[in-house]
Design a protein around this ligand. Sequence first.
Ligand code: KG4
Ligand code: ZN
Length: 339
Amino acid sequence: MIILGIETSCDETAAALVEDGRKVLSNVVASQIEEHKIYGGVVPEIASRRHSEAISAVVEEALTQGGISLAQVSAIAVTCAPGLIGALLVGVNFAKGLALSTGLPLTPVHHLRGHIAANYLCHPELEPPFLCLVVSGGHSHIVMVHSYTQLEVLARTRDDAAGEAFDKAARAMGIPYPGGVELDRVAESGDPHAYTLPRPRVEGAPLDFSFSGLKTAALNLLHNAAQKGQTVHVPDLCASYRRAVVECLVESFRAAALETGAKALAAAGGVSANRLLRRELESLSRELGRPLYVPELNLCGDNGAMIAAQGYYEYQGGVRGGMDLNASPQWEISQALTV
Ligand code: KG4
Ligand code: ZN
């Protein structure tokens, strides 16, 4: 069964073809990052406009690269939550139009469930249940994936997401959006013990994350140095900051793994591309003797293949969207999508 996946929740217009939820036939991503860079972050109105301009060509290119005609496609999967509402609506409305004109069924997909499903594309042997650290630009969760469509949030961030924490600190260091990627690269040559930064915990909720205090500590350090005319060694600060964020993530994830007794571990979302996080999760996997699954680097960020992969399992579970399908900026990953 071939699913066409469409993704427009943030700043990538993406479409892909996936067979039986596991095999990528094509995966086309048109990124708008260069355009948002000068503003230091994604400008929602610009994102929606660029999605509208690109979506037809991106879907057509996915079909061409896959060597597949629409007649061979079994269903259309589209991200309808969470994300920027205007951006999501472009994908949802395009998918609805395509479903109406072709008679193909439509399946709504939760963006973060899609991120988790990127692992199914890279690891044929991976099946639920497993424990997943979901870390993106907008969300940070620890999720128990009970089955392909039954997910439970065990922990979440109380303020900034991990990606946001990276991007905001990077911006203060003069690294352009999305700074997390470059901060990670620069950190490789820095000393992770050079600067002392806090490891904030949430009282009464030991698995939850909180990154705003850590981000503020880094900003204060930069402001104080500027006021005193001192120079900050950027690679050292990147390395120290990255270590602090990764330690917070891995400490909670380790506790959740022990508490739940999960037999397998996984990571997903843009931040799962982080070099140190991948190394630390590998060593956690060795320490606990449980296998670790992470997506290939090109499937960590937003893409259509992950939406088609999750769409396959949602479709098998009977999830359908009608012509009244709407988009939603927020939606719990644990709830079935009936927007
Ligand atoms: O999942 P994603 O592509 O989009 C959302 O759903 O938000 O995540 C994007 C986020 C950005 O904050 C970006 O800076 C971060 O993932 N990111 C990284 C790395 N690669 C992407 N953060 C740290 N290290 C990386 N290597
Ligand atoms: Zn994402």
